[in-house]
Write a protein that binds this ligand. Structure first.
Ligand code: SF4
Length: 451
């Protein structure tokens, strides 16, 4: 029997894509996948190093899987933690047989072919054009590796790796390197191979796609990419848009993509505070842009993330954020406590916000947003919406991004992977309940869209 591997993925959607690329490569090397870690010959943990909490979860997972693996199985730790803290992990984590950062080949040690897993460096022809972060490019990129067809009707597609920005709180550019955008052809090939109905485009800084390759792709190439992807799948969703790059052309492309959903990485709204964060914009500009989009598309849905307690955040900054949240009335918001990250600009800043105050501020913001989200979900009762069925009984309209937002509970008779028109009958916090819509003949409408 072929040797088996098990991969546990932690962290963000971008990490999930990396894991799927590893799956694709391991399968191509003749290994087979197992869902049972105790049966695997190779157990891979794809870690997250975003904040302290994520690092703790990564370590706990490594230790738990080490306990559960069968005798003789290899335990491989990869992902952001392996890249960022490789030496420390090697010294302090004897349970791991291998710590493989992005630039390191995974050695499965179970058959010769499998050792070739990550030995092919992918060259993306990066030009040293922006280089704001001046970070080295990891010697190995997973970006263009093959991937199996999606097991769900939706799939993430990573269109670039790394980031050329310099946000004060963020360590990502220091270990993911500068931005490297993929070729359009390779992205379209992956979209085709995934056979998904909804493609979720991800990158550290999605709207900057192509800026690192001005001659071949160029600034604004995200617009062409969104148009090309949405010409081949019923739904194209974009995550992580830096607000300064949300051009009119990009808004038009998003509105035409079948998913009028805007995930804006705002992080804060107070202008002096955003400058301390080394970021663009202010609350007034953001509100204007949101109003402008709503005037073009009443059904447009908005999500954003905010960091609470970044050094120097005053009571006034916090009040501005509260007012913004109230006024903007976004559908979904994530609030994260600031976490000092080694090697970032913010670590050395004065006026660190005490933990107790940070907890109070975040609780206040979350309570406010929960009320807004619940009210917006209530407003949808009696509405008729088109959903994509993710699994029996669970579906999403354009308003819900997979794994991040709420869901819509639908009749289990609707086939997975089909689109259906349903009527919302109830709201339960972030989730909605729906029944089949009465469309002409009183039947539940379900259509299996091509794509
Ligand atoms: S927060 Fe996002 S845009 Fe800013 S440096 Fe980090 S990855 Fe780049």
């Amino acid at each position: 029997m072929a040797s088996r591997f098990y991969i546990e993925t932690l962290g963000c959607p971008k990490n999930e894509v990396d894991s799927e690329k590893l799956v694709g490569t391991l399968l191509a090397q003749g290994l087979s996948a197992t869902e049972d870690e105790s049966q695997a010959d190779v157990v891979v943990v794809n870690t997250c190093a975003f904040i302290e909490e994520a690092r703790k979860e990564s370590i706990d997972t490594i230790l738990a899987l080490s306990e559960r693996r069968k005798k003789g199985a290899q335990l491989v730790v990869t992902g952001c933690m392996a890249e960022r803290y490789g030496d420390e992990l090697r010294a302090n984590l004897p349970e791991a047989d291998q710590i493989a950062g992005f630039g390191v080949a995974i050695e499965t040690g179970v058959q010769p072919a499998a050792n070739e897993v990550a030995t092919t460096a992918v060259t993306l022809g990066r030009k040293p054009s922006l280089g704001v972060t001046a970070q080295p490019v990891p010697s190995f990129d997973l970006l263009n590796l093959p991937r199996p067809a999606s097991r769900t009707p939706w799939a993430y597609v990573k269109i670039a790796e790394g980031c050329d920005r310099n946000c004060g709180f963020c360590a990502i550019p220091s270990f993911r390197g500068p931005q490297r955008s993929r070729d359009v052809a390779s992205i379209l090939r992956e979209v085709d191979e995934l056979q998904a109905k909804e493609i979720v485009l991800v990158a550290q800084d999605l709207a900057s796609y192509g800026k690192d390759r001005p001659d071949e792709l160029g600034a604004g190439s995200i617009v062409d990419l969104v148009r090309q992807v949405s010409a081949t799948v019923p739904r194209t969703r974009l995550l992580y848009l830096y607000p300064s790059d949300l051009s009119d052309a990009l808004i038009d492309a998003i509105l035409a993509s079948g998913v009028p959903y805007f995930d804006l990485s705002l992080q804060h709204v107070s202008k002096p505070h955003l400058r301390r964060m080394r970021r663009w914009g202010d609350g007034e500009r953001f509100l204007k842009r949101i109003a402008d989009i709503r005037s073009r598309e009443a059904d447009a849905t908005f999500r954003s993330n905010f960091i609470v307690g970044y050094p120097g955040e005053t009571e006034d900054d916090h009040d501005q954020l509260l007012s913004f949240v109230r006024e903007a009335s976004l559908d979904w918001c994530g609030f994260f406590e600031y976490s000092p990250e080694e090697g970032t600009y913010a670590v050395a800043l004065p006026d660190q916000v005490p933990a107790g105050l940070m907890h109070e501020r975040i609780a206040e913001l979350r309570e406010l947003q929960d009320t807004i989200t619940a009210a917006k979900r209530d407003e949808l009762i009696d509405a008729t919406v088109e959903v994509l069925v993710d699994e029996p009984g669970v579906a999403r309209s354009h308003r819900e991004a997979p794994q991040i937002d709420g869901i819509i509970r639908v009749p289990t008779s609707l086939a997975t992977g089909s689109f259906a028109t349903v009527r919302i009958t109830d709201a339960q916090g972030p989730d909605l309940v729906a029944e089949g819509a009465d469309v002409g003949e009183g039947s539940l409408q379900g259509a299996d869209h091509a794509g």
